[in-house]
Design a protein around this ligand. Structure first.
Ligand code: EPS
Length: 369
């Protein structure tokens, strides 16, 4: 069983992650972890904090001579900014008020310190290790910006490769459609000028997943339950779509479901199911769309009140991100990789990477037959 725990406040000393249950013998590419941390951090629309935090991974245990040894892997990302503030006015839409009521805090920053999306830096590092495991089995991940503030990309992907990944990096907001990318950037600038924020949609794609990951036999093992839950846990994500899930509500069954044929291998002409049927991967690309709300910290602040004096106040503003949509795509890849690797090891598990490969190959042979 693969498990992980994270700790750390947004302006504390560091973020910590501990992974337990990772196989021995997996080569860990530290530079790749740092590259993905950089992609989450430095993207158009992020605030000032993203530009001075270094977000560099420090592997404290579990990896020797570049390979996992089966013992817990402890990861650390140090914070540059370490200071705790005091605040008594909650931001509408943030965890501030429900968190303060729940834990009986007079200082709302005690909530914001952990509710902050800073925590997602560690999730990207942990997810990068999960991706490195799955990459050994031909599984790969990609995300791109699909919509920002109502401006929609025309890029519709049925596949991706290294060229697609390179093209994404040419866009400052990870949008593959140059024309709309420019309009999206202008829209972010407009929001920034108005002291406002913007949401949108990003798409996360997973290819190379064999059929049979996840299970219909118990609801907690369904891959759609696991992916839906983990993606909804990313701060600002308000809805998740799998395949053409939203359109399906308006369609006839005969239009929505992906007809099957067999010519040497199983084939489907469409992938409206988004790679998951009955909570089990079906061998097609997994298509996930994340609907992201505008972040609630705004210069153009909404009405609120002081939880101590009970007096009317505007919500506080110090600094914030204007739009986090492209960063959420990178986080979405990471958390999906984590959930899929848990289900993957549940099916093919072993103590070493070689054990898992042996189990995987036996299964692949059975599928061929
Ligand atoms: C965040 C507020 C901002 C963001 C932060 C998430 O930080 P600060 O309060 O220090 O200005 O930049 O995100 C990160 C630091 C990060 O690394 O993602 C919030 O309120 O969630």
């Amino acid at each position: 069983m693969l498990n992980y725990l994270s700790a750390g406040e947004s302006h504390g000393k560091a973020l910590i992650g501990i992974i337990e249950g990772m196989v021995a013998g997996l080569e860990i590419d530290e530079q790749e972890i740092n590259r993905e941390l950089g992609m989450r951090k430095k993207v158009y629309g992020r605030g000032k904090r993203a530009f001075f935090e270094e977000d560099k991974i420090d592997i404290l245990s579990g990896v020797i001579e570049g390979k996992t040894i089966g013992s817990p892997i402890c990861l650390q990302i140090s914070n540059k900014e370490k200071k705790f503030e005091k605040e008594t006015v909650p931001r509408p839409g943030h965890a501030d008020l429900p968190g303060a009521l729940k834990y009986d805090f007079k200082n709302i920053h005690f909530v914001a310190e952990r509710a902050s999306a800073r925590e997602t830096a560690m999730r990207v590092a942990v997810g990068s290790i999960a991706k490195q495991l799955l990459f050994e089995f031909g599984v790969d991940f990609f995300s791109h910006t699909f919509m920002i503030g109502g401006i929609r990309s025309n890029a519709k992907l049925s596949d991706f490769n290294q060229k697609t990944k390179k093209k994404r990096l040419e866009s400052e907001i990870y949008c593959l459609d140059n024309e709309t990318a420019r309009e999206m950037v202008e829209k972010i600038d407009e929001a920034e000028k108005k002291g406002d924020t913007l949401g949108g949609i990003c798409e996360v794609l997973v290819k190379g997943i064999p059929p049979g990951i996840g299970s219909y036999v118990h609801y907690k093992r369904r891959l759609d339950f696991l992916l839906g839950g983990v993606l909804m846990s990313i701060p600002s994500v308000k809805a998740v779509e799998i395949g053409e899930g939203i359109q399906s509500a308006k369609m006839f069954g005969s239009m929505f479901h992906d007809a099957l044929s067999f010519k040497e291998k199983i084939e489907r002409k469409t992938n409206n199911a988004g790679g998951i049927e009955g909570g089990v991967s079906n061998g097609e690309m997994i298509i996930l769309r994340l609907f992201i709300k505008p972040v609630p910290t705004m210069k153009n602040a909404l009405a609120s009140f002081d939880i101590v004096s009970k007096k009317k106040r505007n919500a506080p503003y110090i600094r914030s991100d204007t739009c986090v949509v492209p960063a959420v795509g990178i986080i979405g890849e990471a958390v999906s990789a984590w959930e899929i690797s848990c289900s993957f090891l549940e099916k093919f598990g072993g103590d070493t990477l070689a054990d898992v490969k042996r189990n995987f190959n036996v299964y692949k042979d059975r599928l061929k037959r």
